[in-house]
Ligand binder design. Sequence first.
Ligand code: ZN
Ligand code: ZN
Length: 196
Amino acid sequence: MNMEKLLETGFAFHGHRCPAMPLGIRAAVAAMDRLGVQRSQDKELYVISETGRGHAAGCFLDGIMVATGCTYGKSNIEKLYHNKLAFTLVDVASGRAVRALIRPEFLESMMDSPFVRLRKEGVPPQDIDPEIAEPLINRVLSMPQDTFLILKDVKPPVLERRGGDFEVVRCDRCGEAGFATAFVRTATGHLCKACQ
Ligand SMILES: [Zn+2]
Ligand SMILES: [Zn+2]
């Protein structure tokens, strides 16, 4: 996907126009370029995100998911909850990895922006005037990479290898069906997690 298509897909998926989502797209594209890899069609790429839950600029991770194709549905992404705007991108086949970190001074300047000031006052992101949001989005898209991003080759993390689970079983107690790896085998059949 080119940048235009990524932004269109990203904003549609994300739900509102903010500067942090496109920041995630730019950081992810830079990390992918560094590794020389394409968007993950299946699980060719893996992302370990250092973002957390409920902090400002968490929207960053949606941009990373859209650009890399690493998604929670495909399970080729995980979160460390360190509350940092940083992530490691792994090329699974070659085992090479790169860590991307938003520059501290850039993160600090983001928190000082009129967009974040309104967010702090409790204005939902979708209600922020485009006259405030759009220039910040344009800035994120046009600024030189070195002004906001640090990229570093890192030792690849050990990833758990998991093939697809294709065996569907039914729970003896509730009768619901699911994939066998999370069910317990009993003398008479299977039990799901909820019924154990
Ligand atoms: Zn957002
Ligand atoms: Zn059950």
